[in-house]
Design a protein around this ligand. Structure first.
Ligand code: ADP
Ligand code: MG
Length: 229
């Protein structure tokens, strides 16, 4: 189940006129592969993720998530698609201060109308194990390091078995070593869970985890190249 963006143009109101944040961007991300999006600040990386996540509707272009054309969906249908088919990891994981790591992850299933009877707790435990937090399930956010919180966010994003995994600069708050570990983890999870992953990153040193690297410059795809292999 892939993620497919075709000829996306996105503008924002800007004084009297419009600012073009994305200008004819296409992206085809097959299941089980990771596309890294790099580019200077303001080049449109977060805008591209917001469009892929169906949080922002482009002026033009198609967004197809796991075979679903999103252009004609209502806001409620898009929200359901996000809940069921997408995992989204923002720069700051925005965990709920009062919940344990296990509860944060399990909550995703509850929001989708499932609960303990559906094995949500067991699955949440397995996911925390997978991201290396098996021994920290009972901790609340203030008892976790920045890297550990980011990994809770990744486990949470995987809870509902997403077809698409969208990740915006997950390492910006982390030191180099912990950032590298998070990127390696995302590469491994992409292959294991067969997600179509888009990773926005500044961390060019670690692009070997990517199957493809797309460089955005002023809202356009500049250089597109294979990496790592
Ligand atoms: P990046 O993530 O690469 O730093 P963004 O996608 O955040 O880039 O921004 C791309 C361009 O769009 C920038 O010029 C930014 O100022 C502008 N922009 C982003 N979000 C908005 C918004 N909500 N309203 C108006 N302009 C925006
Ligand atoms: Mg950004």
């Amino acid at each position: 189940m892939s993620l497919f963006l075709e000829d996306i143009t996105l503008t924002y109101p800007d004084g009297e006129g419009r600012l073009t944040a994305l200008d004819g961007v296409s992206l085809d991300v097959p299941a089980g592969t990771l596309t890294a999006v790099v580019g200077p600040s303001g080049s449109g990386k977060s805008s591209l993720l917001a469009v892929a996540a169906t949080l922002v509707t482009p002026d033009r272009g198609r967004v197809v998530v796991a075979g679903t054309e999103t252009g004609s969906l209502s806001a409620a249908e898009r929200a359901a698609l996000r809940r069921r088919r997408m995992g989204i990891v923002f720069q700051q994981p925005n965990l709920l201060p009062s919940l344990t790591a296990l509860e944060q992850v399990e909550l995703m299933a509850r929001l989708d109308g499932r609960g303990r009877a559906d094995g949500a707790r067991k699955r949440a435990r397995e996911l925390l194990d997978t991201v290396g937090l098996g021994g920290h399930t009972h901790r609340r956010p203030h008892q976790l390091s920045g890297g550990q919180r980011q990994r809770v966010g990744i486990a949470r994003a995987l809870m509902n078995e997403p077809a698409a995994l969208l990740v915006d600069e997950p390492t910006s708050a982390l030191d180099h070593e912990r950032g590298a570990a998070v990127l390696d983890l995302l590469g491994r999870l992409t292959r294991e869970w067969k997600t179509a992953t888009v990773l926005v990153t500044h961390d060019r040193a670690r692009l070997t985890v990517a199957d493809r690297v797309v460089e955005l410059v002023d809202g356009r795809v500049g250089i597109s190249s294979a990496s790592g292999v």
